[in-house]
Design a protein around this ligand. Sequence first.
Ligand SMILES: NC(=O)C1=CN([C@@H]2O[C@H](COP(=O)(O)OP(=O)(O)OC[C@H]3O[C@@H](n4cnc5c(N)ncnc54)[C@H](OP(=O)(O)O)[C@@H]3O)[C@@H](O)[C@H]2O)C=CC1
Ligand SMILES: O=C(O)[C@@H]1CCC=N1
Length: 265
Amino acid sequence: MNKIGIIGAGSMAEALINGLINENQVDKEAVIASDISDQRREVMTDKYGIEIVADNHKVVTESDYIFLAVKPQVIGDVIEEVADLFTTEQKVISIAAGVSTEQLEEMISAKVPVVRIMPNTPALVQEGVLAYSLGRQATEEFGRELEDLLSPVGKVIKVKEALMPAVTGLSGSGPAYVALILEALVAGGVKLGLSHSDSKDLAIQTLAGTAKLAAESDEHLAVLRDQVTSPGGTTAEALYRLEKSGIRSGLIEAVAASAEKAQEL
Ligand SMILES: NC(=O)C1=CN([C@@H]2O[C@H](COP(=O)(O)OP(=O)(O)OC[C@H]3O[C@@H](n4cnc5c(N)ncnc54)[C@H](OP(=O)(O)O)[C@@H]3O)[C@@H](O)[C@H]2O)C=CC1
Ligand SMILES: O=C(O)[C@@H]1CCC=N1
């Protein structure tokens, strides 16, 4: 069995670990992670029973797949710390936003295959989506292995590396935009007298149901919107207010701003 090592056991690493273990994709004995935070190590041991250590070297020397799951600002230091330990039989997967496979390959220097992925937090409940792109030494076969490994945590798609910032802006950061929209819908319901709990149920199911409808329909999204909008009715009134508030351009700008920021990290 291939051993999976993860350096940095924060939110995104946890979402991946939880999804992989819950779906029985990997045994917890086959996972080793490291983190500098005592508190994080304690939480992850208690929750998942995986081996979690303070020593990044141990993760690299004991693993076949090595996930780099620290913040982009510290990934250089982390790689420098363990760079001498990599062997050509190992495979590196970076989840850091804005760090290219070329930069990773330069930092690692050994001829280790490198793949970059951009996951998102719904991986925690096996409903994530992630895109990956291959570095120069990574084969298509490595890509397929990765698709097999990670498919239990969500949908996996391959993209050209130049599109990774766009993926970051759309689906990487996307759960935050959706949570904000949900919060606002709940606030709208509460303002009109619905309980917080009923508002939350109504908002979440509306979003989940619409997403399912969109996923299962061949129609353009505008057609789905039109099906709700009776001439002279309530939805037309609401959509007019939304368009006037700039929600559409706001969301387009949000995706672009996240993508731009990813390139500055
Ligand atoms: N969160 C998300 O939705 C997504 C995140 N990403 C990417 O995932 C990566 C991790 O993000 P996220 O999980 O949110 O961040 P977190 O801060 O939650 O996780 C990173 C963890 O790494 C630890 N850490 C810091 N330095 C070291 C080190 N030298 N050695 C070992 N562990 C270390 C941190 O400890 P401490 O807190 O004490 O510094 C922290 O526990 C980032 O590169 C981000 O771009 C990608 C897609 C989505
Ligand atoms: O906010 C961030 O920088 C990370 C990358 C994508 C989602 N979260």
